[in-house]
Structures are given as C-alpha cells and as structure tokens.
Write a protein that binds this ligand. Sequence first.
Ligand code: UDP
Length: 244
Amino acid sequence: MHEKISIYGVGYNNVTLEEAAEFCEELLCEEKNHMVVTPNAEIGYMASKDEELKEILNSAELVVADGVGVVYASKIYRTPVKAKVPGVELGIRVLENAAKSGRGVFFLGAKPGVADLAAAKVSEKIEGINFVGIRDGYFKSDEDVIAEINASGADILFVCLGAPKQEKWMAENRDRIKVRLMLGLGGSLDSYAGTVKRAPKIFIKLGLEWFYRLLKEPKRIGRMMALPKYMFAVIFDSFRKKDR
Ligand code: UDP
C-alpha cells in the first residue's frame, strides 16, 4: 500500500495524518487483526538496541513518524517523510471515523480510572462513539484481558501501556485478539483524560513539544536523552551509508 521509508532500521509509512487515518479505515475493512505503531525518536533508539522490538515495529501494517526527531532523521537520510503524525492525534481521527461507522472501541491502558475518564471526555466531544470496553493497564492476567476484549466484540483496540511494553504485548497476543485494528498509543489516554496536558500550540508548531514535556516532568530527562542519542546515531549512520 503506502511506501515505507527506512529510518535508522525502522520502516515508516510515508503518510500525512489524513492518509494514516484513511489507511486505518481500509485496514478495518479486512477481517484480520492489524497493528498500528507510532514510534518516536525514543522508541526508534530503543529499537536500535532491541532486535525483537525492531522486528515488531517492522511487522506492523502502519508505522507513523510520531515526533520531530524522526522527521529530522528522515531528512538527514535524504528520504524525508511527508509529515509528523502524532499518535495521540491519529487516535482521535480513528475515533471520529469509528463514531461515523458505528465500530466498537475498547480502551486498554493507563492507571485505574484514567481510561474511564478518557472515554467519558471523548464521548462528550465525539457524538455517537461506541465504547464496548474499558480496562486499566495494570492487569496481571493477559488471558482475562484478552477474553474481555474478545467478548466485547470490539473492532478497534487502543493499547496504551507505554513503549516497548505495548508493542511487545500486541505482537505476542496478536493472533488471540479478535479485533481488526489495534493501535499502540503510549500516553494518549492520559492526554484524552486531561491528566497529562499536551503542550500549547506554539510549542507544537515550533517542534518543541518534547521541551514542554521536559519542563512539566523533569524526571523524564533520563528517557529524553534518547532523543540526542538518536540524532547523533542517525547522523553517524547517514555518513557511513554515504561513504559506501
Ligand atoms: N502504563 C500502563 N501499564 C503499565 C505501564 C504503563 O498502562 O504497565 C501506562 C501509563 O499509566 C501511561 C502509559 O502507559 O498511561 C505510558 O505513558 P508514557 O507517557 O510513558 O508513554 P509514551 O507515550 O511516552 O510512550
């Protein structure tokens, strides 16, 4: 379908937000379970050190460039992706389309109470949305959760357990989960619930959403060091490839 562009070992679909949402609609028409992942620079860097994660990302039907780090990296390789596609925004488009088509949605992830709040807030904004199941992300038994998802009759499953847990969980259980589309969307439920606010528009526009997040949650500094590490690794890798 959409051409994939390889950025530091991970193949990304070269799509805009609209195209990504449309592609999700196409995937929903096929009677099998499809996987959507939204790797940012941090996850891209993780994947370079974790072969299993890299393979999982590359096995997903839709892989979008979530974040400016990946977009810059694609430019450094001189194979730019069309756009940044934040997972949190793709999730909203998928929900809007689900409301139109009447497809059932299951929210899985985040701390107890957060997914319920997220579903309540989404229901206020998106008329006609049909939530068929909600479950927090701190469960002990995969079997129970999968049985609950399958019994719900959901078509769409949001898996928000943080990376790389959500990607590994989706890949491990893909064959047993009877939905048509599952999306690994990190902290999106926190964002929909309003427990974690997104950056003001100006930060997003300037590509400084990561900086806003750092100001709000300084303890993320360790994790965020993955961004400069990823950028250096990409620059080095692109020079190495040019020399060949
Ligand atoms: N989380 C979860 N189960 C776990 C670990 C994490 O549901 O075992 C949730 C956590 O509560 C948060 C999300 O996963 O809602 C991860 O958020 P984070 O901001 O770390 O995600 P990112 O988008 O940065 O990957």
